[in-house]
Design a protein around this ligand. Structure first.
Ligand SMILES: Nc1nc2c(c(=O)[nH]1)N[C@H]1C(S)=C(S)[C@@H](COP(=O)(O)OP(=O)(O)OC[C@H]3O[C@@H](n4cnc5c(=O)[nH]c(N)nc54)[C@H](O)[C@@H]3O)O[C@H]1N2
Ligand SMILES: Nc1nc2c(c(=O)[nH]1)N[C@H]1C(S)=C(S)[C@@H](COP(=O)(O)OP(=O)(O)OC[C@H]3O[C@@H](n4cnc5c(=O)[nH]c(N)nc54)[C@H](O)[C@@H]3O)O[C@H]1N2
Ligand code: SF4
Ligand SMILES: [Mo]
Length: 679
């Protein structure tokens, strides 16, 4: 292995570590030992040298004056942000001695790791940390904040996170972007769609908000929040009515098509139009367009599954390609996520065997506020890394109330003094991904990539894997797996994977190639990972789990008397809350806006540009209104998880409910109800 960190000048291959499906290949330009430019790698077959604005500006984040350089200990009140520097030795000693005492007195389950994928590197996000906390016997965390509802829903229909290869979508003649703001969140799928459009393909966008992606569409279809399942069922109704189904495919590759055909009769176009807000004529046009175009591709986004009924919505939409037999066409089918193509040896990486048969209690990460304020016996210590829950978790006020507890010992490991870190007792500085060795598996394209360290660790920062190795030593844990090197862990993860798609992809091969593609094996013909091995339009497993075995529409919960549905989505220039502390990114976003329909605005005497208070029983925030036809009546859409302003008035997650979606314990950020008034 060439040590890039020893080379003062040059251009080095790399990979974007952010939680983004595109997982771009990068080229890092170095001068005098420092990164001077982050660019796209033209050789990467999918991302082809194009990267987003966010990461083009990454150099600024790496060398930001605000970046944490040394460990800190809190000297002010929790949340105040007053700290003083300490040595790593003191930091690790403080943590390990507090934990030893806690384990003696309250048991290991009084400690809760809390993390997410701020760095998508497999080792940094779910490697040594998992080993360490398994060995310790800490409470377990269900990492459900992002896509679990939709993934569980998709798997009921299709068996696993296999969709179609994005490179094949160049052959698609119809792109349906369904609940995905792909211009911001999956830009290379848009690039492919644009290329296909030059050859005659059409782009349809179904969304509650006419954002950048909606504006780019050939046809934008606005829809009422949480009603996409009904829309899909209405499309099925018309497909069968017009005899546009593919009978041969249905017979060979699916279960329950006859039951489904009967079942969808209740979703008559008129009824569906009433539920969804999509006019009957449009519904017919969409269904016929879908039925008559092949190959047709549906890109299923995360927006539709951040709802009370999100699992069932994705389960329902993922039945559509089977009705018309799209899975046999090159470029036809759907993609919710593709992570299963690159499934590595997770057991070897995470070592669940280190639990030694113990089954510690388990918490859903979406309910952090409730966990901290209501659990008995309490959680007395949190170790937070790779996530910023004070901003990104629902019921943000309750989360912060929990962080304030005097008897809670909180450690935060991050690159910055985030809103969350301000509540910590000990703050540890983290390396950026460019400072680590790691491997990456995209959840959209089919490439595994390697990251070799390009620069030395910034100041005194340490990687996640290194911090857990240090903690293991300080705790007196003599388990050898807790001292494995990063290279060891990559080798273990790629050995004996049981996944024929990535056979032959080894550490050495990655060093040589930088990125390597999963072997192409079309989903069908073949056996799927559903119980029947087929696409399950009717699912016995769902029935057993207490769901309707056939896809259905259910309404969002009426969580209060408030009339409007609040949809606080992500924005273009931040990545969740990452970059929200950077002035350039803030300027590009200008200010946090609330998009409402002109009728809702007029009813309340609100005009574009005016400040409004948005509130419910959970909290409130203050945003600037944009009134018009970007959303249907009844919806309020905002974009971006903004860093705390002085008065925290932009904390949209103060309003988001922490109840769970119908499947997978998923988050329901977009199902909360609010009221809105002019200030
Ligand atoms: N620039 C940027 N890129 C990102 C991120 C970011 O913050 N910024 N975040 C990353 C992460 S972690 C994720 S999970 C993905 C998320 O990216 P996406 O999969 O695009 O998901 P969202 O942006 O949450 O929501 C997508 C769209 O769903 C719409 N929506 C909400 N409710 C409904 C509904 O009921 N029906 C329909 N049809 N549409 C609805 C929203 O208006 C939004 O336009 O993006 C990743 N990429
Ligand atoms: N209202 C609303 N809320 C949402 C969403 C939404 O659409 N609307 N989206 C939800 C979704 S889909 C997701 S995935 C979550 C994401 O939420 P988070 O996972 O919290 O994502 P970020 O806000 O980007 O925070 C990641 C943090 O990890 C840190 N970090 C990066 N690399 C490393 C590393 O190597 N080591 C350590 N220790 N730290 C590192 C970064 O500096 C940053 O502070 O937010 C959810 N919250
Ligand atoms: S955030 Fe996404 S689009 Fe931007 S560079 Fe990273 S992987 Fe590519
Ligand atoms: Mo996410």
């Amino acid at each position: 292995m060439n040590d890039f960190t020893m080379q003062e000048n040059g251009v080095f291959p790399s990979v974007c570590s952010l939680d983004c499906p595109d997982q771009c290949g990068l080229l890092i330009h170095k001068e005098n030992g420092k990164i001077v430019k982050v660019a796209g790698d033209k050789n990467h077959p999918v991302t082809q040298g194009n990267i987003c604005n966010k990461v083009r500006n990454m150099t600024e984040r790496i060398y930001d004056k605000k970046r944490l350089s040394v460990p800190l200990k809190r000297i002010g009140k929790k949340g105040e942000g007053k700290f003083e520097p300490i040595s790593w030795r003191e930091a690790i000693d403080t943590i390990s001695s507090r934990w030893k005492k806690l384990i003696d007195k309250e048991g290991a389950e009084s400690i809760l790791p809390y993390s997410f994928y701020g760095n998508m590197g497999r080792l940094q996000s779910e490697g040594m940390d998992r080993r360490f906390f398994n060995y310790l016997g800490a409470s377990q965390l269900e990492r459900t904040i992002c896509n679990t509802a939709g993934s569980v829903g998709y798997n009921y229909t299709m068996g696993s996170a296999h969709g179609i290869d994005p490179e094949e979508t160049i052959h698609s003649k119809l792109f349906i972007f369904w609940g995905i703001n792909a211009v911001s969140t999956n830009m290379h799928q848009i690039t492919i769609a644009q290329k296909a459009r030059k050859k005659g393909a059409k782009i349809v966008v179904i969304d509650v908000h006419k954002n950048q992606t909606g504006k780019l569409a050939d046809w934008f279809i606005p829809i009422n929040p949480g009603t996409d399942g009904a829309l899909a069922l209405g499309i099925m109704n018309i497909l069968f009515e017009k005899n546009l189904q593919n009978d041969a495919f249905l017979k060979t590759y699916t279960t329950g098509h006859e039951e489904l055909r009967e079942h969808v009769k209740q979703y008559a176009p008129k009824k569906v139009a009433n539920i969804t807000g999509v006019p009957e004529e449009d519904l017919y046009q969409l269904a016929i367009m879908y039925g008559e175009t092949s190959p047709a591709f549906i890109r299923i986004g995360n927006g539709i599954q951040h709802h009370d009924n999100g699992g069932m919505i994705v389960r329902t939409i993922s039945c559509l390609p089977a009705i018309t037999g799209q899975w046999l066409e090159k470029g036809g089918g759907a993609t919710k996520g593709n992570s299963a193509f690159l499934q590595f040896n997770k057991q070897a990486l995470q070592r669940p065997d280190l639990l030694k048969g113990r089954r510690p209690r388990s918490f859903n990460m979406n309910q952090l506020g409730t966990i901290l304020t209501e659990t008995d016996p309490p959680v007395y210590s949190l170790f937070i890394y790779g996530t910023n829950p004070a901003v990104v978790a629902p019921e943000a006020n309750k989360v912060r109330e929990g962080f304030m507890r005097d008897d809670l010992f909180t450690v935060v490991h991050d690159l910055f003094l985030t809103e969350t870190a301000k509540y910590a007792d000990i703050v540890l500085p983290a390396t950026s991904s460019f400072e680590n060795l790691d491997f990456y598996t995209s959840y959209w394209h089919h490439y595994i990539q390697i990251q070799q360290p390009v620069i030395k660790p910034f100041a005194e920062s340490k990687s996640n894997t290194e911090v857990f190795r240090l903690l293991a030593k300080a705790m007196g844990f003599d388990e050898p797996a807790l001292q494995d090197t990063d290279e060891d862990m990559i080798r273990q993860s790629l050995y004996n994977t049981g996944n024929s798609h990535i056979e032959g992809i080894t550490y050495e091969a990655l060093l040589e190639n930088q990125f390597m593609k999963a072997k192409r094996q079309p989903l069908l013909p073949g056996t799927l990972k559903t119980p029947s091995g087929k696409i399950e339009l009717y699912s016995e497993a769902m029935k057993k789990d207490g769901y309707s075995p056939l896809p259905v529409h259910t309404d969002l919960l009426d969580d209060s008397e408030f009339p409007l549905t609040f949809i606080p989505g992500p924005n273009h220039n931040y990545l969740n809350s990452t970059f929200s502390n950077n002035e350039k990114h803030q300027k590009l976003e200008k200010e946090p806006k609330a998009f409402i329909n002109i009728d809702d605005a007029n009813e309340r005497g609100i005009k574009t540009g005016e400040k409004v208070r948005i509130w419910n029983d959970r909290g409130e925030c203050v945003l600037t209104v944009s009134a018009g036809d970007q959303v249907l009546p009844g919806a309020v859409v905002t974009q971006g998880l903004w860093a705390d302003a002085k008065d925290k008035q932009q904390l949209v997650n103060a309003l988001a409910p922490d109840r769970l979606s119908d499947m997978g314990g998923g988050a329901v950020f977009f199902s909360g109800k609010v009221q809105i008034e002019k200030i």
